[in-house]
Ligand binder design. Sequence first.
Ligand SMILES: Cc1ncc(C[n+]2csc(CCOP(=O)(O)OP(=O)(O)O)c2C)c(N)n1
Ligand SMILES: [Mg+2]
Length: 413
Amino acid sequence: MTEDSRGGLEPYSVPTAPFRPGDEADFGGAWKEKPGDLSRPDPVTCEAQETHKHAHGLIRVLDDDHSASGEWNPQLNAETLIEGLEMMMRLRIFDDRMMKMQRTGKLSFYMRSFGEEAIAIAQTMALEKTDWIFPSYRQPGAQFVRGRDMVSMICHCIGNTEDNVRGRQMPVHYTWKEGYFISISSPVGTQFSQAVGVAMASAYKGDDQATITWLGDGTSAQGDYHYGLNFASVFKPPVILNVVNNQWAISTHRNVATGGDNFAARGLAYDIPSLRVDGNDFLALYSVTKWARERASAGKGATHIEVYTYRAGAHSSSDDPSRYRPGDEFNCWPGGDPVDRLKQHLIKIGAWSEEKDAELVEKIDSEVMAAYKEACTYGDLASGPYPPSSTIFTEVYENVPWHVQEQREELGV
Ligand SMILES: Cc1ncc(C[n+]2csc(CCOP(=O)(O)OP(=O)(O)O)c2C)c(N)n1
Ligand SMILES: [Mg+2]
């Protein structure tokens, strides 16, 4: 019960966002949690109750001065870190180019990973190459880690003749069999229970394949999230369940998705070890995912992770965040910019420089531009060519049902 403005008691409360357009956003300054604060329990013997502090705190490795420390430091070599930085930069530049394509009518719709680049990239780098990936639309970066060709990704977004799903999916709803990367469904959240099911199948077959999946803060208010957690709790399959708390679900603030301030701790009620991690800290993300993967390999079941971050850009090309939040919120975010933080860390350890960084940006820029030009030779939204209409009817059913066959004949394709 909350007291209303008239002094009476209201039988419910309707949360609202802490800051609205015109307000000054204030997240309380630098993180209070420090890199060495939390121990790294043995992943094989760890029980859910031992992760109480990890679910309520924040696992960090990179400090505000860009040094790396604490038990969660994955001790990655500089080469691996530079690889991670390069993929994050590629994703950011790729996203910017795709948004320009959308704004000039060359593709219909787009969603950027801006501010969240470290998530899919660090977490996928911590996995084995044949682990299953069940992303939301905010983790296309996993495909860079698995080596997908950019031209093929752009062709999908356009839905042109070289689109590997022949225009059957919305842009950014990538699917890529060779990379074990499974397409999201547009109704958000379905990937959670699918991921748990696939992980159960891996365990049943005795494969050493784990499954990773992500959904957003807003989506975690749906039943699919809880069904997934419950099956994971009961059957203990090798699955890594991430809730990406980026503060917003389009225009709905994350405090409408959970009663508390915390998403990670909800996993404890399902008896699943639960961690909360700085989602803009490449090293911490890599480390928690390795930890979860070790549990999966040892047959210890699921790990639940809240990835704490901020959606720096608009929800999608159809959204205008200036309508519902202050324009400078991202600049106030204590987690900073994930790409810049890894870059600064590399500079600090003497493995990188501003000059090398500028060269890399230029190299990626021209790679993306070349991929974009090549993809457009297979067709763009404005002028085609498009996949033939007959593809509406092919590659879905092995035995085409009579009514679909009838529709195909009616269309005459
Ligand atoms: C079942 C369902 N309801 C609503 C929508 C429309 N929708 C698409 S994305 C989205 C917001 C999801 O926010 P969140 O889960 O926080 O993920 P984020 O976009 O922040 O990564 C909504 C409401 C949808 N696609 N499916
Ligand atoms: Mg969100």
